[in-house]
Ligand binder design. Structure first.
Ligand code: AMP
Ligand code: TRP
Length: 328
């Protein structure tokens, strides 16, 4: 049995990228493992958030977790800010981090470059908080999308640094990447990652998009003029992205998809990609609507916080004792 931990920020509407890169794998690994899935609202506030929206999105994200297959009986679902050890160990991890290594994070560079002279310090110290999230649970595997590789590396470095300085306290975690869908690209600029925060909403499929919108967006997705369904990330990024999406949602290899569309044009292919995506998202949307209204959701999150807190406080105590950060 392994310990699994992952989190998503409640900072916008979830995308097909979040689903294929992260959420889908959360439920795949939950059986037989000890899993913790967190709504990382303290990471969301590294850029300004509207309080009312942040509150609503926190609950909504928890409902999406369950709607996309997480079973609260098997997995512990909780909200980061309700388990204070995350911020507490986050501070300790910050003190172990070097400014240089934090400045090298590509996510930091991307986000900071959009903020002129007023770069929130939390954007820089985001990775030590993420390290704390993961290390508090003595995590073995972290299911995330490809874009989180660098954050996983620094988490491992910080854990090793701590263990070397103060003794073996933390398990060294490993990234868990799925097969396809680890990096879903923008439908309009297929060399760029599909993102919650893209201003161009036609570039992104949201988990809660209507079937009509999904069909429209996929129909308009940027491709090339060859009219041949063939996988080549370099030369045909648009079509390759759609092949990857179809492979992921229908559990096929790229070759199987290529064969099925040999001699067929992009029109028929895009229609099938849209239908396959809709078939996966529609039941999630239905469950989501029911859950959001249901009082069970808060009970689940209350129980989740208590369970997470029990484990997190045990690890935190070990860490502060190892460091001499205690009195009696
Ligand atoms: P975020 O939206 O940054 O909170 O990401 C939550 C999870 O979704 C992380 O595991 C990301 O790696 C994953 N993710 C975000 N965007 C994509 C994408 N375009 N393709 C695959 N995975 C993604
Ligand atoms: N940094 C992750 C993202 O942007 C979110 C995250 C925060 C996370 N803490 C985590 C992911 C711990 C996995 C484990 O997607």
């Amino acid at each position: 049995m392994s310990v699994i931990f992952s989190g998503i920020q409640p900072s916008g509407n979830l995308t097909l990228g979040n689903y294929l890169g992260a959420l889908r794998n959360f439920s795949k690994v939950q059986e037989g493992n000890e899993c913790y899935y967190c709504v990382v609202n303290q990471h969301a506030i590294t850029v300004p958030q509207d309080p009312k929206l942040l509150h609503e999105r926190t609950r909504a994200l928890a409902a999406i977790y369950i709607a996309s297959g997480l079973d609260p009986e098997q997995s512990t679902l909780f909200v980061q800010s309700e388990v204070p050890e995350h911020a507490m160990l986050g501070w300790i991890m910050t003190t172990l981090s070097y400014v240089g290594e934090l400045e090298r994070m590509t996510q930091y560079k991307d986000k900071a470059s959009k903020r002129g002279d007023s770069i929130p310090a939390g954007l820089l110290t985001y990775p030590p908080l993420m390290a704390a999230d993961i290390l508090l649970y003595q995590t073995n595997f972290v299911p995330v999308g490809d874009d989180q590789k660098q954050h996983l590396e620094i988490t491992r470095d910080l854990a090793q640094r701590f263990n070397r300085l103060y003794g073996d306290v933390f398990t060294i975690p490993e990234i868990y990447l799925g097969q396809d869908g680890t990096r879903v690209m923008s439908l309009q600029e297929p060399t760029k990652k599909m993102s919650k925060s893209d201003d161009n909403t036609t570039a992104t499929i949201y988990l809660l998009d209507t079937p009509k919108d999904i069909e429209k967006k996929i129909k308009r997705a940027q491709t090339d003029s060859e009219n041949s369904v063939h996988y080549d990330r370099e030369k045909k990024p648009g079509i390759s992205n759609l092949i990857e999406i179809l492979s992921a949602v229908t559990d096929q290899t790229h070759e199987q998809v290529e064969q099925a569309y040999a001699g067929k044009g992009y029109g028929a292919f895009k229609k099938d990609v849209a239908d396959a995506v809709i078939a996966v998202l529609e039941p999630i949307q239905q469950r989501y609507e029911e859950l959001l209204k249901h009082p069970d959701l808060d009970d689940i999150l209350d129980k989740g916080s208590a369970k997470a807190h029990a484990k997190a406080s045990e690890t935190y105590e070990k860490a502060v004792h190892a460091m001499g950060l205690y009195r009696k």
